[in-house]
Design a protein around this ligand. Structure first.
Ligand code: OFO
Length: 166
């Protein structure tokens, strides 16, 4: 049975995953209407689906453990970007914030001696390490490319390979 504090904290994480999904869906839609960024659009459409899966996994766990998973209200995410690098900077910033939130949850689960939740959260710890790493690599590549059009062409062409690494 989840304590009130853990149930609340897990529900906050449900909200964060839902917000991530919305934010990445907006990035996907923005990329989708830019010329030549269909690879980036595909990457963020998939990332949005993945975040929704993270949310659902949390919701199932909360309900299975005697809590009540609350479907959160969501604010509209950032809809437009000035450049591709801005999108990826925001992606990294977002993933770092999610990792911090997962760390807090792990800390709370130990403080509350909730080892079932602690065990459940390990999947998220690993997932966040991978996602942060992917976001860093993609930011580094864009820094390197700068305004080089052929570099951007290759970046867009190859980006979906980073989905396969997960
Ligand atoms: Fe939910 O995995 Fe990143 O944010």
């Amino acid at each position: 049975m989840l304590s009130k504090a853990i149930a609340e904290a897990l529900n906050k994480q449900v909200q964060m995953e839902a917000e991530s999904s919305q934010a990445y869906l907006a990035m996907a839609s923005w990329a989708d209407i830019q010329p030549g960024l269909d690879g980036v659009a595909g990457f963020f459409f998939q990332q949005a689906d993945e975040e929704r899966m993270h949310m659902l996994k949390l919701m199932k766990f909360i309900n299975e453990r005697g809590g009540f998973a609350v479907v959160p209200a969501l604010e509209q995410p950032i809809l437009t970007y000035q450049s591709l690098i801005r999108v990826f900077q925001e992606f990294l910033k977002h993933e770092v914030a999610v990792s911090e939130s997962i760390n807090e949850l792990v800390h709370l689960s130990l403080a509350e001696k909730d080892y079932a939740t602690h065990n459940f959260l390990q999947w998220y710890v690993t997932e966040q390490m991978e996602e942060e790493n992917t976001a860093r690599i993609l930011n580094d590549k864009l820094e390197l490319i700068g305004e080089d059009k052929s570099g951007l062409y290759l970046f867009d062409r190859d980006i979906l390979a980073y989905r396969g690494k997960k």
